[in-house]
Design a protein. Structure first.
Length: 94
């Protein structure tokens, strides 16, 4: 089974943390990346396939508005699932 992994490019990391300031973000991009890669390994070990979905802050915010969803960290998984299912952007399989 594919499991979406929200992924942020280095240049979008600060933007997403500003967009979602009440979330418990790691202090640096490097710390976030390490935590994300550890999560991906766990997904693989469980027999599933992690699929990175690049989250661009402006696109995520627009999707939330269009779909009447709150701009909160938990909504990112719904956004990523939508992106994967609709094929809006190419997903990177890990």
């Amino acid at each position: 089974m594919q499991v979406v992994i929200p992924f942020y490019m280095r240049e979008n990391f600060v933007k997403i943390t500003v967009l979602l300031p009440n979330s418990d973000w790691p202090l640096t991009y490097e710390d976030w990346l390490k935590k994300t890669e550890t999560g991906e390994k766990g997904v693989k070990l469980s027999g599933n396939q992690p699929v990175r979905i690049n989250v661009e802050p402006a696109a995520f915010e627009a999707w939330c508005k269009t779909h009447n969803q709150p701009v909160v960290r938990t909504t990112i998984l719904a956004y990523c699932s939508f992106v994967l299912a609709s094929g809006i952007i190419a997903a990177k399989n890990n």
